[in-house]
Ligand binder design. Sequence first.
Ligand SMILES: NC(=O)c1ccc[n+]([C@@H]2O[C@H](COP(=O)([O-])OP(=O)(O)OC[C@H]3O[C@@H](n4cnc5c(N)ncnc54)[C@H](O)[C@@H]3O)[C@@H](O)[C@H]2O)c1
Length: 370
Amino acid sequence: MSWPRVDYGHTAYEKAVIAGDVYGIRPDPKRAGKRPLNLAIAGCGGVAQAKWLPAIRYLQTRSEPVTIAGFVDVDQASRDKVGALYAAPTFPSLEDLLAAKRPDLVLVLTSDDAHVPVARMAIAAGIPVLVEKPLARSLAAASELCAFAESRGVLIASVANKRFSPPYAMAHALVTEGRLKSPPSLFSGKFTLGYRYVDILEAGTIHLIDLMLWFMGSATAVSALGHCGPDGKLESAVASIAFASGAIGSVVTSAAAMSFKPWERVEIVGRHAMLVVEDQLELVLHDEETGPSKLWRPAIPNTLLFDESFGGYAGLLENVLDAIRGTTALAATGRDGMAAVALVEAIHRSVASRQTVTLDEAPLCDGERA
Ligand SMILES: NC(=O)c1ccc[n+]([C@@H]2O[C@H](COP(=O)([O-])OP(=O)(O)OC[C@H]3O[C@@H](n4cnc5c(N)ncnc54)[C@H](O)[C@@H]3O)[C@@H](O)[C@H]2O)c1
């Protein structure tokens, strides 16, 4: 029986085992022959340094023709650090960078409040953007940003890195192959954290919400209950969701749990078959009552396992670069980011009103457009 060809975070089998290119780093003329792209990075903090810059190096090491045009950060110490480490010019604002450079893509990795103004400036200059989550702080702002990009004909991509993380990429490929024996009928997701310095829905659970919409399609209604912590902020929430397909789902989330303990679990049921992804690591397909289940799990200390690939950052970035080159479809559009923001807002509204909130004007996930 053949299975989807999703590398489980390690060097591709053909390269590692057949070609003997253990780390997949031998010069690759085909990949090197792609149109070279130059990207700028706005926001040089934690996620830029820990995730995106290593992902860029990962792709460059594998012959991807991508270079760094420059760095922008309002904080001089941050921009000086990365400018020196990555040998690229630094600027205090995107406006200053655009006066000197014309990148092919701007990665918007700033703090949340700056996502829209920074992305808007790049789009106004006709430059594609990849925007960290949340796309915007409100549905209205996300909608305006997407409409602005569309009116200018400029590509807007949203960070949905978990879609490219092997357990979820494999799960999605299995669903697409029909291994659940029907379209997904039920989604169940859990996301927990052990710290309070971020909004649990907007900053954390939004990743799970994006995954849910990717697997299940557009949401039409949400009914949620919430519990506030001692600081008066939403600490835990339970949301029931109806999807346009007729399927249903639930999301359970809490910031009162722990960070270094189990944090994420997804179950997707079809018809007498189900998938389980445990902590974005292990994937199990249960498709026979009495026969064996199928398990995918990486060997963690294996030197062929790459964090940049497992986290989904390298795969997402490669997809955006190829979409700019016009050789592939964009996997996570601005409107996908907007759909996740819409659901975050709807959960907040339902918690506050204790009413079911309908998403009549729910933005369609881009994959569902005719
Ligand atoms: N995809 C993921 O899994 C993931 C993980 C962590 C963070 N994030 C998101 O990434 C973004 C950054 O998070 P972080 O943890 O790196 O935060 P951070 O605070 O460490 O870094 C943000 C940086 O943006 C800079 N900045 C703020 N306004 C700016 C502006 N107008 N122009 C240029 N620079 C500006 C700040 O000085 C800071 O250096 C957030 O939106 C966050 O939600 C995503």
